[in-house]
Design a protein around this ligand. Structure first.
Ligand code: ZN
Length: 172
C-alpha cells in the first residue's frame, strides 16, 4: 500500500503545499516558516492559504499567551442566507443590514476567504501582527473580521468603512 493511501498523509502534504504558497512570498526577506502539523479548529472549508496563515498566526499568538479562536469561518449558502434574513430583521432594511452581513452571493465567508476571530484581545493581537502572514482586518466596523489582504510581511491596506462599501466599490 502506498503511503499516499493514508488520508492523514494526504492532508499533511496539502498543508505543506499551501504553506509553501503562503510563505513563498517572504523568501529572501526572512526565515522560511515551517508548515503547521495540524490546522487550527474552525479552518475547515477555508481556502488553503487562509487556513494555513490563520493557523500559523494562532500558533504564534498562543506561544505569546494570546487566546484566539475562529467564531465563524466558511459558511454555506444556506447559512449566509439565514444570517442575511436575520440581519434584515435586526437592522430594519437590506441597506442597513448590508453594512454588517452581506447576501450570500457577495460574502467572502461563503467563498471560504474570511474568518471572524475572538475574543477581542485575540483579534486585537491579530490586527497588530497578522500582516506577517498576510492577514488583515478589513472593515472599520468589524474588529473580528480578517482576510488574506496583503503580501506576508508587508503592511495591511487601509480598512474599508464596512462590507457594503467594499462590495459596492468592487462589484462583488
Ligand atoms: Zn466576517
Amino acid at each position: 500500500m502506498s503511503i499516499f493511501a493514508s488520508g492523514l498523509t494526504r492532508a499533511a502534504l496539502a498543508v505543506a503545499g499551501a504553506a509553501c504558497a503562503v510563505t513563498g512570498a517572504v523568501v529572501g526577506v526572512g526565515p522560511a516558516v515551517a508548515a503547521p502539523t495540524a490546522l487550527a479548529p474552525g479552518t475547515a472549508g477555508l481556502v488553503p492559504g487562509l487556513a494555513v496563515s490563520y493557523t500559523l498566526a494562532a500558533n504564534d499568538g498562543r506561544a505569546q499567551g494570546i487566546q484566539m479562536y475562529i467564531t465563524s469561518g466558511k459558511r454555506t449558502d444556506a447559512e449566509q442566507r439565514q444570517l442575511w434574513r436575520n440581519a434584515i430583521a435586526t437592522y430594519g432594511s437590506p441597506a442597513a443590514a448590508r453594512r454588517w452581513v452581506l447576501p450570500a452571493e457577495e460574502s467572502p465567508h461563503v467563498r471560504g476567504e474570511a474568518v471572524d476571530v475572538g475574543p477581542w484581545e485575540g483579534a486585537a493581537w491579530l490586527e497588530r501582527n497578522g500582516h506577517r502572514w498576510g492577514l488583515c482586518r478589513t472593515f472599520v466596523n468589524e474588529w473580528w473580521h480578517f482576510e488574506l489582504a496583503t503580501t506576508p510581511g508587508t503592511a495591511c491596506p487601509p480598512m474599508w468603512p464596512d462590507a457594503a462599501v467594499r462590495a459596492d466599490r468592487r462589484g462583488i
